[in-house]
Ligand binder design. Structure first.
Ligand code: SF4
Length: 148
């Protein structure tokens, strides 16, 4: 990084990616699901306690700061093709797919819990349909890491 910064070129080269992170999202393969060990509460933590530690807070009733260009895409396109990846990659569990009948997986609905957003912008970058836009929330809300 410093060689690039100072001289505009690095003898080590750079890692070529070739396509955007959104285009690199792969269709879901149910046989390749990663199973992580349960958090131990010492070195690894579940999402809810991690969001709690981030001190995230947004004023109630503010305009939603996670905008969908097309609200149909998460369920009609992203869910069948990608398993709706926003519910998987979002570190704060902001996105959920909820079903009228959880066992039969009927009538899916896309839910956005914007108050938990820790402003990492992954959804804006990674959504395969480029359907999500993160905008700064009103009132300076968001994570507030007290001890950093
Ligand atoms: S910006 Fe990050 S934390 Fe917020 S909704 Fe998107 S992925 Fe989740």
């Amino acid at each position: 990084m410093w060689l690039n910064q100072l001289f505009g070129v690095s003898p080590f080269g750079t890692l070529a990616h070739g396509k955007s992170d959104a285009k690199a999202t792969q269709p879901i393969h149910f046989d390749r699901q990663i199973v992580y060990p349960k958090p131990d509460g010492k070195l690894t933590f579940d999402r809810a306690s991690s969001v709690y530690l981030s001190g995230t807070n947004h004023e109630e009733d503010q305009p939603v700061h996670l905008r969908l260009a097309d609200p149909e895409i998460p369920i009609k396109y992203n869910l069948p093709v990608y398993g709706e990846p926003a519910r998987l990659y979002c570190p704060a569990g902001v996105y959920e797919v909820v079903y009228a009948d959880e066992d039969k997986k009927t009538d899916p609905r896309f839910v956005i819990n914007a108050q938990n957003c820790v402003h990492c912008k992954t959804c804006d970058i990674k959504d395969p349909a480029q359907n999500i836009t993160w905008v700064p929330p009103e009132g300076g809300g968001g994570p507030n890491y007290q001890d950093m």
